[in-house]
Design a protein around this ligand. Structure first.
Ligand SMILES: Nc1c(N[C@@H]2O[C@H](COP(=O)(O)O)[C@@H](O)[C@H]2O)[nH]c(=O)[nH]c1=O
Length: 148
């Protein structure tokens, strides 16, 4: 029977689903300490701003910098953010074989980022959220399962 997996904190069950999990990715010719660093840095057009986020000591600090509107958000962010997240998550799971295995081992389970903090990437705590991160993880799982 298919089941539901709710994740959020890196230390919880399926914490490796979180973008804060410590798995570096290579993208755009650089190494990013976590998929969160990459995602947050892409909010900015200025290379110096991107680099500052890439160098953040923790994913939480990267998220804080990415959310700080003292840096100038790129104008098209709302229209590109889902593809940026897809790119980050895809890189994470194709560049770490052990993560690809863990994701495939979730089978047909529904993956849900469960948090009251976020009703866009997460479920909003009570299921009203869009769960975009969970959906992208399931898309990436589907793509991995079709690889030969
Ligand atoms: N909102 C949230 C987390 N959610 C994560 O934040 C990222 C999206 O960031 P943004 O689009 O800037 O809100 C994405 O990786 C999502 O999974 N995490 C956390 O520790 N704390 C938070 O409050």
């Amino acid at each position: 029977m298919s089941h539901v997996i709710r994740f959020y904190s890196v230390t919880d069950t399926c914490g490796w689903c979180s973008n804060f999990a410590p798995y570096p990715i290579r993208l755009n010719g650089k190494t990013w300490p976590t998929s969160e660093h990459y995602f947050q840095a892409q909010k900015f057009a200025a290379p110096a701003d991107q680099e500052a986020v890439r160098n953040a000591r923790t994913p939480m600090l990267a998220a804080r910098m990415g959310r700080d509107r003292k840096r100038k958000l790129r104008r098209d962010w709302e229209s590109v953010k889902v593809s940026v997240m897809r790119q980050a998550v895809q890189a994470k799971f194709t560049q770490h074989a052990q993560l690809a295995r863990l994701l495939l081992d979730t089978g047909e389970a529904t993956l849900i980022e469960h948090t009251e903090q976020d009703d866009d990437w997460g479920d909003g705590g009570d299921g009203h959220g869009r769960n975009m991160l969970g959906r992208i993880l399931m898309e990436v799982r589907e793509a991995l399962s079709q690889r030969t």
